[in-house]
Design a binder for this molecule. Structure first.
Ligand code: F6P
Length: 497
């Protein structure tokens, strides 16, 4: 959907809505660089997806202010206009203590809910004190939202068009506090990660509280129908709730919640334009003359871009590359795989172990096959500009996005919209939500290293016409459901409740 059409449709169907988006991660952090303050944009999928929407609707984004200079740049209401130079929406920051962060973010969110929801055989580390901290931080977010609502009604004398859209697993308890403040308030949440099957969810000691918190919302969105079904089944298992499978709703203690799939997407047209921009062309030219990232020479190039997280299947991918070179020794000296990555959640033990394992395994594979002037695996773990990733997307023969389990995987969609010369083919995990839409990619089970290696080979060798046919089909699918369609579908569904 065109951006302008999105604006018109929202105005036509919903009138002047007052959208408040709430998430843990802020879209832009302010950091000190020497004595200067720099605005650093978040690179996560959440910002990529939601910022264009909020810019268009001139709404408010409430998020945790984690940047070193975040407190210095906000006004007395903890607000700042963003993005710099454009000032089209307001960011209102919630400040947390180190203990809050430790127990709520590293603790309950990322050591319990994250492994529990992803089912990748990393044990959740349950801790009831951390749940209390998580709940308390959710209350702090709710307080900040309520403060914002009060300020708005003082200024405008209105409150009825307020739409609260909570984001992700950090905020499962927030709606409960909002409804306690005003039971008429429309609240919703989009859960950006998978919802596990009821057997797995049932081991969580705080399962009833979490479900009750979530069911305070009027609408809950997941990426795919399977996660909605898992959620409904969890409610059937754990609560005295009336689950209606005909319209995917749950009535609990007299309140009805709709549960609906909304596959998230990207600003497809915009990203496609960037991929074809002069800047990306220049980076490609430069890289072809003198590649500062990939040292070893190559004839075939494979690329991956992941947050360094154990759910992303990086170890399994390295094992598949080992297998590929074992099965196809003719590729030795010709094939290079570059793993781009950004460090993430490094204070959690499981992440430390995982990062060490990446280094160990990639070093072993490079030692096994490397020669004096060539080695197969390049690691590059510093944040780069989007244009640089796009240049490599256009240069590669295959792009590998193979998480062990993922809500959606927006990187796969970004690659498809960047593949403007149809040189590359996408190798995608069956266990990423994106596989439901991008079924013309080469789908793999990342645990099956033999087949995985075979698909990498197939992707490298696939002729250009076949790549073009498949990639164009996938580009059309993404264009038909881009980020504006996603937001429009969610907001209208909420409005109609
Ligand atoms: O996948 C869920 C998610 O919240 C994404 O939306 C986001 O890009 C990613 O996790 C980043 O997590 P964090 O905020 O912990 O860096």
């Amino acid at each position: 959907m065109e951006k302008d059409r999105f604006n018109d449709l929202i105005k036509e169907k919903l009138g002047n809505i007052n959208l408040i988006i709430v998430s843990n991660r802020e879209p832009t952090a302010h950091e000190y660089v020497g004595k200067k303050i720099k605005a650093v944009k978040s690179v996560g999928g959440l910002t990529i997806a939601l910022e264009p929407i909020l810019k268009n609707l001139h709404g408010t984004w409430i998020a945790y202010g984690g940047g070193g200079a975040d407190k210095v740049v906000v006004d007395s209401e903890k607000k700042i206009k963003l993005p710099e130079g454009e000032e089209s929406y307001t960011l209102k920051r919630v400040f947390l203590t180190k203990k809050d962060l430790n127990d709520y973010y590293y603790g309950y969110s990322n050591s319990v809910l994250w492994p529990l929801s992803h089912t990748v055989y990393v044990k959740p580390v349950f801790n009831s004190d951390q749940f209390l901290a998580y709940d308390e931080v959710n209350r702090k977010f709710a307080d900040s939202i309520i403060e914002e609502l009060k300020e708005r009604s003082d200024k405008n004398g209105i409150s009825s068009e307020n739409i609260i859209w909570l984001q992700d697993y950090h905020l499962a308890m927030c709606a409960k506090y909002l409804k306690e403040y005003d039971s008429e308030l429309k609240t919703s949440i989009f859960w950006h990660i998978p919802w596990p099957n009821p057997e797995i969810f049932s081991i969580c000691p705080e399962k009833t509280k979490l479900l009750e918190g979530l069911l305070s919302n009027d609408l809950i969105g997941f990426h795919i129908i399977y996660h909605c079904q898992n959620f409904l089944r969890s409610c059937e298992w754990e609560l005295e709730a009336q689950v209606n499978w005909a319209d995917y709703s749950i009535t609990y203690k007299g309140h009805k919640t709709k549960v609906t799939p909304f596959p998230i997407s990207i600003d497809a047209v915009h990203l496609n334009h960037i991929a074809m921009s002069e800047k990306v062309d220049e980076i490609i030219d430069e890289t072809q003359k003198n590649d500062e990232i990939i040292e070893p020479p190559y004839e075939y190039l494979a690329v991956s871009v992941d947050r360094l997280d154990y759910t992303k299947g990086i170890i399994e991918k390295l094992i598949a590359i080992d297998k590929l070179l074992e099965r196809h020794p003719e590729l030795i000296g010709k094939f290079v795989f570059v793993q781009f990555g950004v460090l993430s959640r490094v204070h959690i033990e499981a992440y430390k172990k995982f990062n060490d394992e990446i280094f160990r395994l990639s070093d072993d594979i490079n030692w096994k096959y490397g020669t004096s002037e060539w080695y197969p695996i390049v690691r590059y773990f510093k944040q780069l500009d989007l244009e640089v990733y796009m240049a490599y997307y256009r240069l590669c023969d295959v792009m590998i996005a193979t998480p062990l389990h993922d809500g959606m995987n927006l990187v796969a969609k970004e690659f498809i919209m960047s593949d403007t010369d149809y040189k590359g083919m996408l190798i995608l995990s069956r266990f990423a939500g994106a596989a439901k839409e991008l079924y013309d990619s080469l789908l793999v089970n990342p645990y099956d290293s033999e087949c995985f290696a075979g698909k990498i080979y197939e992707g490298i060798m696939m002729d250009k016409e076949e790549k073009k046919k498949r990639v164009s089909k996938m580009q059309n699918i993404i264009l038909e459901n881009d980020i504006y369609d996603w937001a429009y579908n969610f907001l209208t569904a909420l409005y109609l409740i």
